[in-house]
Design a protein around this ligand. Structure first.
Ligand code: NAD
Length: 286
């Protein structure tokens, strides 16, 4: 029987712990752990994501400060805002919602956030810490993948893990996290040759390609654990649409466990962002 890895339930458990931690922090320090969120422009998807993050903060007692800025807010002004938030002792996490409007370069902006407040884990210092296995802030989606894997795998040592996708926000960091657990990790991408056979060799498959239906059932070794990170909106025929992952979910019945889309990695990402905010707050007051 294939276990369906319930990301919603895992996220709820994590959020309950975060709420308790946030309350304890507030009692000890007279202020809540606080996240500043910067959104520039009116991209509808970004508006939705930011709204969800703010709502999740409120739910667990994390303070939130919103900076919703016009699309013509310039890069220099944005850097100056980040400098102010970096210096504000009441702000523990800073998140700049991506993508940024044309004319603002993401790298200088993300690099400006002090690594101690970089709750997305995108700053080069935190990327470096992750790559040497030291204790930095780690990116949220890969952290969520690891928590889901932890719910079904006791011992990672020596397992063969294949990651499909090599992005800086998912593929590479999740590969590093599994390497830290002593997996033998292969990272694949759009130019990888013989991808089905490589995936077929894996005990753990993490797919983050953004390609609906890419991974078929006959790519998966019986008994493997599959984490599907993909979020793709596809047309449903008539006028409707639905969200699917990168794996053909119905063909995964010989896997030991599989995370569904929706309801798998998605709910974990925001929960891990909040977890990072509390962690960042604790480290800053220490
Ligand atoms: P990206 O576009 O930055 O990177 C995609 C990677 O997949 C690239 O390395 C590319 O080479 C590889 N790839 C694409 N098509 C491929 C193919 N046919 N075969 C092999 N490799 C292929 O994407 P990303 O930001 O890493 O996101 C990947 C997917 O994960 C998207 O669907 C995105 O929406 C989703 N995502 C979900 C969450 C979440 O919270 N659940 C978070 C981030 C991203």
């Amino acid at each position: 029987m294939t276990a369906i890895i319930d990301g919603k339930a895992s996220a709820e458990r994590l959020l309950a712990g975060i709420a308790a931690d946030a309350l304890a922090f507030r009692q000890e320090h007279g202020m809540p752990p606080t996240l500043a969120v910067i959104l520039i422009g009116d991209d509808p998807a970004s508006q939705v994501y930011v709204g969800r993050k703010i709502a999740a903060c409120r739910r667990v007692g994390i303070g939130s400060i919103e900076h919703r800025l016009d699309g013509d807010f310039g890069e220099e002004a944005l850097l100056a805002l980040i400098d102010r938030l970096n210096a504000d002792a009441k702000v523990h996490g800073i998140l700049v919602q991506l993508p940024l409007p044309q004319g603002i370069r993401a790298n200088p902006v993300l690099d400006r956030i002090t690594p101690e407040k970089d709750v997305d884990g995108f700053h080069p210092v935190n990327v470096g810490r992750l790559s040497i296995g030291s204790d930095g802030l780690m990116p949220c989606t890969p952290l969520g993948c690891m928590i889901l894997l932890d719910s079904v795998i006791q011992d990672f040592r020596g397992l063969s893990a294949v990651v499909v996708g090599k992005s800086n926000i998912v593929g590479k960091p999740v590969a590093l996290l599994m390497l830290e657990r002593e997996c033998t990790v292969t990272v694949t991408h759009i130019h990888t040759r013989g991808l089905p056979d490589i995936v077929r060799s894996a005990d753990i498959v993490v797919v983050a390609a953004g390609s609906p239906g890419l991974v078929r059932g006959d790519w998966i070794k019986p008994g493997a654990v599959v984490i599907d990170v993909g979020i793709n909106r596809i047309s449903d025929g008539a006028d409707g649409s639905r969200i699917v992952g990168d794996c053909v979910f119905e063909e995964m019945s010989h896997a030991r466990a599989v995370s569904p889309v929706p309801g798998g990695v998605g709910p974990m990402t925001i929960a891990c962002l909040l977890s990072n905010t509390v962690r960042a707050a604790r480290r800053q007051v220490r």
